[in-house]
Ligand binder design. Sequence first.
Ligand code: CUA
Length: 317
Amino acid sequence: MLAAGLLFACAMLAACNPEQSALHPAGQDAAELANLFWFMTAGGALVWCIIMGSAIYAVLGSKRPRSERFADRFVFIGGVAFPTVGLAGLLIFGLALLPNWAEADTPDLQVQVVAEQFWWRLGYEAADGSQVATANEIHLPVGATAEFVLTSTDVIHSFWIPSLGGKMDAIPGRTNVLRLTPTKPGVYRGVCAEFCGPSHALMAFPVVVHEADAYAEWLETQRQPATAGNGEAFIAAGCGACHVVRGISEAGSVGPDLTHFASRRTIGAGTMLLTPANLADWLVAPSHIKPGSRMPSFATLPDAERQAIVDFLLELK
Ligand code: CUA
């Protein structure tokens, strides 16, 4: 039965999506946490085997009486010495994993993260020192330590990229800091890890870890204003009241910055893949697709106007 259980557990673990798995580490912290997990699992399995072995021995073992000395020793070793040594070992192992930022160098880059119901407002610093606003998709250079400066505007959220490391709460009126160092280029998935409302489970974000050059190129593209042509339909429908598209409409601040919207992989903070059909659906029924979303429906717009907005947004590379 034990073997069957282990087999089942292995099958379950193997089926986990490596894009969002603390057991497929792609970052320094995640690797240490995965080691801790396997160390604790092995330790727990060992203790379980010893306890079950003792129980089986007590029931089925020889019936001849034991000396009092044997009983005392058994209780002392099994009940005092073993737990003390075992738990102290685990404590030392765990304490060694605590981040030691005082000694760490300054981070290689900083990302401002504001959690909102239910999306992520992001700010990067460009090479020329200017701030670059973006949303819902994080890009990082491999091997560099990124410092996430986290806060929230409404309720408590939690920022978690399982493949890269541990999680950190985003709390209104407070700034928390989390540092992560990705070690493998790839696309991972981050999530909100604190229940924050009806679309808590739809508050995700792709995390793209690049080689340094590709990251610099991405950041430079994001720094540029939009180059798309015709924003008329977007402005006429009032989208600019909530969304910034730098170079075209800069007044809105309620919703995600859309300046390079078409460069992103998903719509609605990881809710759907960014495809023309999904984007058209999103404009018709955002609160159906994402309950609690503050994005209004544009179902009453004539089809041609809605399509013009879709076409415009898809040009925002
Ligand atoms: Cu934001 Cu859960």
